[in-house]
Design a protein around this ligand. Structure first.
Ligand code: ADP
Ligand code: ZN
Ligand code: ZN
Length: 773
């Protein structure tokens, strides 16, 4: 349909969206993100509409539909401002939109503007509207998707249908009831007003439901309220606080160490100072050095100053201890946003933050958009964690968004890790916690070579595990590969089992009795025979966590062996069981190396530690280093001490040598030098454009066109290079590596918009990833 609406809604006139001409399809915003200052259209030359105009960005997933569009704010909408969420008529549809700007005048004639149908009671802070639009531009997405990030949960574009959640509930008053029964003798009612009262005679209704049932907009409802026929009240039910599983949470408030005190003084000294948000802090402290205690005290200092704080953590199911410590320390002042909240709970926590009932938000990357006013501090715990990058559009990096938000709102940014990113080491002001709080040394790390080894476990590892078994202790074993074995092949004809939709091999999962694709979820029963030659001899190659679990069970009886990976069910339950057990083994993917604090683990093992180094990725070294260093941090936290064994094909690899020596400093300096020489981040910006199509061919043509246009803009671009087919789509990749970030983002945005708008490349889809992980 055309942009212009066709049906006269309950509003006086149908809306004519401003600039309703079809915009070119593509990825680029048609205009730069709107600032919240006065609009240029307010010049005297334009026709002027009395009253206030709201510029509304519609929240539709359609890339072609770009606002903002103008609506007139009539009576009943006095409270609407930047950040208000409105339900508006749009053609024959109703859309949810966000006010991105207020204006005095519109280019569109006054009689042609429609009024909104309803307004969500709670408004998004204006600063967050600016942030959402910035994310859209910075990560080459659409305003609607950028804004969805900052809206109350359940309001965004998502995959589902959007619907305004109105907080107004209307009911019939006694007078209203009388008017209905009076049969012409009571107050005069228009036909539409009668319809509304009739609807309410059946019981109270939410304003948005009433709008649908009886075509009653906000203004009409308010008029009925003023006449005493209808009562309107806020309908929010008391919020239900989400519950969390507790894993070894500890509450005692200890005297801070000298290093903790120094770090804390630096942070609190910056609170409220001019330019507080300009230079972030990096809290570089070995595992167990008391970083979390510094965060807790810094948040405390912020609350004392009547300001608010955000604490970003990697996935909460994986690190329930950290979130639990904040809840213990600050009680109801904390809102926790974790993935297991119901939509209702999510909304309630958002509302508690928005209304100032909660002033600390603890959560994963999306918590960077928490609706807090007067933000004083943003903490990023385990700042090296890859989960801070969003995988779907907009592919934002919460760390970068946090930098931006802190700078905009004058908040102090405090990022902490035992294995910080080279980026943060270079750009942030460093605070150090060089020793563990308990004074215990970091565990010794032994590197062993598995070249030519028979099974997944080296003899040294077996011996160490045997000691753990004999003494009734705990061990953690890391193998970053799920399933039983990575691929199957026929011993007679050489057939391998691959995914029909992706060009990858299928992974055997014995417990689930299937071979499965880790990219699209395709699964098949475990083959008994080769479908090509009928042979019954099918070989299994490589080993994953499932197989290792079985092997460890045999080795460690009678100690319990618990598996932790994304196939293993509730993560928090597995962690709680391991915490409660007096002895046993936790085996799993990188999940086992997250910030868990189990004081009685005496052995850590990394199997195939250089697996990541065999992938061509400039972050591979950083990953391998962090994996080993983080796992080492889980061992030897108790009085019995601990040790770590790292198995690798090439134990001499630089990342592994530095990790074994607990030498983050040396590793990071080498890494920075290498990146500078190659122009990688933080010395340059990487942008990945993936073109994909259902048939082979068009994706490569589109990739070539994108590369040419980017290069023509003077920005170096490589490719297109074919990627393996995924989910039935052929893919081609262009990589942009540039020193000038702004120019690179702009060149990619323009190139993709132009190529996407070119009919010659019709069936191709585009995914842009700025700062890919
Ligand atoms: P990190 O976050 O650096 O891994 P934590 O903050 O979790 O370290 O601290 C590790 C342990 O030491 C926790 O059990 C914590 O309660 C304890 N701890 C932290 N600071 C102190 C202190 N100043 N004195 C005694 N114990 C402390
Ligand atoms: Zn065969
Ligand atoms: Zn697949």
């Amino acid at each position: 349909m055309a942009g212009g609406p066709t049906r006269a809604g309950p509003a006086a006139q149908p809306a004519l969206p401003r600039g309703a001409r079809r915009s070119q399809p593509g990825l680029a915003p048609r205009r730069p993100p709107l600032p919240t200052r006065a609009c240029p259209a307010a010049s005297a030359a334009r026709p002027t509409v009395a009253g206030v105009i709201a510029r509304v960005e519609p929240l539709t997933p359609a890339r072609a539909l770009r606002g903002p569009f103008d609506y007139r704010l009539g009576p009943g909408f006095e409270g609407v401002g930047v950040g208000s969420v409105l339900e508006v008529p749009f053609g024959s549809r109703r859309l949810v939109g966000v006010v991105v700007e207020l204006a005095e005048a519109s280019e569109v004639g006054p009689d042609r503007l429609a009024e909104p149908l309803a307004a969500l009671e709670m408004r998004v802070p204006a600063a967050l509207i600016a942030l959402g639009l910035w994310v859209a531009a910075e990560y080459v997405s659409t305003p609607a998707r950028g804004l969805s990030l900052v809206l109350p949960p359940g309001t965004g574009t998502g995959g589902r249908r959007v619907r305004a959640r109105t907080a107004l509930r209307a009911s019939l008053t006694g007078r209203g009831q009388g008017a209905l029964g009076a049969n012409g003798h009571g107050p005069r009612l228009g036909p539409r007003q009668r319809t509304v009262l009739d609807a309410l005679a059946r019981g109270p209704m939410n304003a948005s439901a009433l709008a649908r049932a009886a075509g009653c907009d906000h203004g009409a409802l308010r008029r009925l309220e003023r006449r005493g026929l209808v009562a309107v009240e806020r309908a929010r039910e008391p919020s239900r606080r989400p519950r969390m599983v507790e894993v070894g949470a500890r509450c005692e408030v200890a005297e801070p160490t000298a290093a903790q005190r120094a770090a804390l003084a630096a942070v609190t000294g910056r609170l409220g100072a001019p330019g507080a948000g300009e230079r972030p802090f990096l809290l570089h402290g070995v595992t167990g050095s008391g970083k979390t205690e510094v965060y807790l005290r810094a948040v405390s200092a912020v609350l004392e100053r009547r300001r608010s704080a955000i604490v970003l953590v990697p996935e909460i199911a994986l690190t329930p201890q950290t979130a639990g410590r904040f809840v213990e320390r600050f009680g109801d002042a904390v809102a926790v946003m974790h993935s297991r909240l119901s939509p209702r709970e999510r909304y309630d926590e958002w509302a508690r933050l928005r209304e100032g009932e909660a002033r600390v938000c603890v959560g994963p990357r999306s918590a960077v958009f928490a609706p807090l006013d007067d933000l004083g501090l943003i903490v990023i715990d385990e700042e090296h964690d890859p989960s801070y990058k969003q995988e779907g559009d907009p592919r934002y990096d919460a760390r970068r968004v946090a930098e931006r938000r802190a700078a905009d709102e004058g908040a102090v940014l405090l990022a902490g890790s035992a294995t910080p990113r080279p980026e943060s080491l270079r750009a942030y002001e460093r605070l150090e916690l060089p020793r563990r709080v308990d004074g215990r040394p970091l565990p010794p790390v032994e590197l062993v070579s598995t070249l030519g080894a028979a099974g997944p476990l080296h003899q040294r590892t077996r011996d160490a595990l045997e000691r753990v078994r004999a003494r009734g202790e705990k061990a953690i074993v890391l193998l970053n590969r799920r399933g039983w074995s990575n691929f199957l092949s026929c011993r007679d004809c050489g057939r391998t089992w691959g995914c029909p939709h992706c060009d990858v091999t299928l992974v055997l999962h014995l417990a689930a009795r299937s071979v499965a694709c880790h990219h699209c979820g395709h699964g098949e029963p475990v083959p008994r025979a080769c479908p090509d030659c009928g042979s019954l001899s099918v070989a299994r190659h490589g080993s994953g966590t499932e197989q290792l679990e079985r092997e460890l069970e045999a080795l460690m009886t009678p100690l319990p062996v618990l598996r932790l990976d994304s196939d293993a069910g509730r993560i928090d339950h597995v962690l709680a069981r391991f915490d409660r057990a007096t002895a046993g083994v936790l085996v799993g993917t990188q999940m086992v190396a997250k910030g868990h604090d189990f004081p009685d683990v005496t052995l850590g093992v990394v199997v195939d530690a250089d697996a990541t180094l065999r992938f061509p990725d400039f972050r591979a070294e950083e990953r391998a280093f962090a994996l080993v260093a983080q796992l080492a941090g889980r061992s030897g936290r108790g009085p019995r001490g601990g040790r770590v064994i790292v198995q690798a094909l090439d134990p001499a690899a630089r990342a592994l040598r530095h990790a074994a020596a607990h030498d983050a400093e040396g590793f990071l300096h080498g890494e920075l030098a290498r990146r500078e020489a190659l122009g990688y981040p933080p010395y340059g910006t990487l942008i990945r454009v993936v073109c994909s199509s259902p048939e082979a061919g068009p994706e490569a043509g589109a990739g070539e066109a994108v590369r040419e246009r980017v290069a023509a803009a003077g920005v170096p671009a490589l490719g297109p290079a074919p990627l393996f087919r995924r989910q039935g789509r052929h893919r081609s990749q262009v990589v942009v590596k540039a020193r000038n970030r702004e120019a690179a983002v702009a060149a990619v945005r323009d190139a993709v918009a132009a190529v996407a708008g070119d009919r010659a490349h019709r069936p191709v889809s585009y995914a842009v990833d700025v700062d890919p992980q």
